[in-house]
Write a protein that binds this ligand. Structure first.
Ligand SMILES: Cc1cc2nc3c(=O)[nH]c(=O)nc-3n(C[C@H](O)[C@H](O)[C@H](O)COP(=O)(O)OP(=O)(O)OC[C@H]3O[C@@H](n4cnc5c(N)ncnc54)[C@H](O)[C@@H]3O)c2cc1C
Length: 406
């Protein structure tokens, strides 16, 4: 009898895991069960090139059907409704029950929705999957004014893409600055300036309280009494990990499915990878949950190794990216707890600089805007956990490659 590995969720983690399982020598069945009617596709372009119409749907696929055929990876479109740890089986929404020898939970995350007066009006959108973007694109054909709720990366990328399409874009952020959870004030000011130069209006300290309209949304009201006309509203206020399946099966969770360095849950033969996991990061010495493609892919490689009896551990440094206009932001590490920010370059007037976050003179994170060399260097320096010389870091007359030489 052949053994079977079931992967729940068909996205970034699943695409990598199915490929890595074969590389690690898994000879059994690989069955990927996902509730989206598509092969795994790249999610980042949804708020960038795909939304702006610069990328076609077929170009989003992470791997073509031929790859999965060659590697005997089978996909099934269904919602997994429960996991039975004792029987080692999963149940689908059709009622079908399927046995597993190894199970990987790659259920990712879903958008955080909010309930407020008018939230059921037509024209209000969220953005997580291809179908969401197609609905937004359809709506933009007969509309002009878009209000985006949330000045995080997704909201700002969406603003940039819709602005490029000729829409009249307004972003409302409830905090005193955009990107307040993830960057230093210098980065927030920089992105405020660029969006303003590009023609996007951003209002901070703007707490949305109500949407009004006659069946279709027409305006957004804020706590301070301000009113913004809108044909479309897009809400980007974060995501929630999909952990209910794990919880129902009594698998340990706490803001994500708890996994160890080998991406094992506390249940035998059950592993997890991607946005749905919560793990201990050795470098930052705390548990965390990350929402990024590199995290999903790296964890998937570790799951494949663990399933096949290997001893690969998840120790990667977190990194992210965001594309807005002509700006490629690359983020190395996490800046929580920084005590100093140093800017290399001109963030007040230019469009290329790096912000280095230091703690006790050690580099813990870097936001690099159109600065790939500084990004690569930062990844290396953060991993090494060495003290750096602040004056050298900001001195542009010293080349990036020479920065660490004393
Ligand atoms: C608009 C947008 C832009 C982004 N931009 C970036 C970026 O620039 N850089 C970056 O690193 N990251 C970015 N991200 C985040 C990145 O896409 C996620 O980190 C990544 O998709 C996580 O992959 P995953 O496989 O863990 O989960 P997901 O991509 O969330 O996929 C999980 C899949 O599982 C399915 N599923 C859930 N429950 C079940 C069930 N019970 N049964 C069957 N199927 C189920 C879901 O429907 C989904 O298809 C972006 C995300 C979005 C939405």
């Amino acid at each position: 009898m052949t053994t079977r590995c079931i992967i729940i969720g068909a996205s970034h983690a699943a695409a990598q895991l199915s490929a890595s399982l074969r590389l690690e020598g898994w000879l059994g069945e690989i069955l990927v069960i996902g509730d989206e009617p598509s092969l795994p596709y790249h999610r980042p372009p949804l708020s960038k090139a795909f939304l702006a119409g610069d990328k076609a749907k077929d170009d989003l696929l992470i791997r073509p059907q031929a790859f999965y055929d060659k590697n005997s990876v089978v996909f099934k479109t269904a919602l997994v409704t429960s996991i039975d740890k004792k029987d080692q089986s999963v149940t689908l929404d059709s009622g079908e029950s399927l046995h597993y020898d190894k199970l990987a939970i790659c259920t990712g995350a879903r958008v955080r929705k909010i309930c407020f007066p008018g939230s059921d009006l037509a024209g209000i959108h969220y953005l997580r999957n291809v179908a969401d973007v197609e609905r937004i694109q359809q709506a933009t054909k007969k509309s002009k004014r878009v209000v985006i709720i949330g000045g995080g990366y997704i909201g700002l990328e969406t603003a940039s893409a819709l602005n490029k399409m000729g829409m009249d874009v307004t972003v409302l952020e409830m905090a005193s600055r955009i990107l307040h959870r993830v960057t230093a004030p210098q980065l927030s000011s920089f992105y405020m300036r660029v969006h303003s130069e590009e023609g996007v209006k951003i209002h901070t300290n703007s707490v949305m309280t109500e949407m009004r309209g006659n069946a279709q949304v027409e305006e957004v009201l804020c706590e301070d009494g301000s009113v913004y006309p809108a044909d479309i509203v897009i809400i980007g206020i974060g995501v929630i990990p999909n952990i209910e399946l794990a919880q129902q099966a009594d698998i340990a969770t706490n803001d994500g499915i708890l996994i160890d360095h080998f991406c094992r849950t506390n249940a035998p033969n059950i592993y997890a990878a991607g946005d749905c996991t919560n793990f201990f990061n050795n470098h930052y010495e705390r548990r965390m949950r990350l929402e990024s493609v590199p995290n999903a892919s790296e964890q998937a490689k570790v799951v494949a190794s663990s399933i096949c009896g290997g001893n690969r551990e998840y120790v990667s440094l977190p990194w992210f990216w965001s594309d807005q206009y002509d700006l490629k932001l690359q983020i190395a590490g996490l800046n929580a707890g920084y005590d100093q920010v140093l800017i290399r370059g001109d963030s007040d007037n230019g469009r290329s600089f790096a912000a280095f976050y230091l703690k006790d003179r050690k580099l813990i994170a870097a936001d690099c805007v159109n600065r790939p060399q500084e990004f690569m260097l930062s990844k290396k320096v953060i991993s090494q956990s060495v003290e750096v010389d602040p004056e050298r870091l900001v001195n542009e007359s010293i080349g990036v490659k020479e920065l660490l030489l004393s």
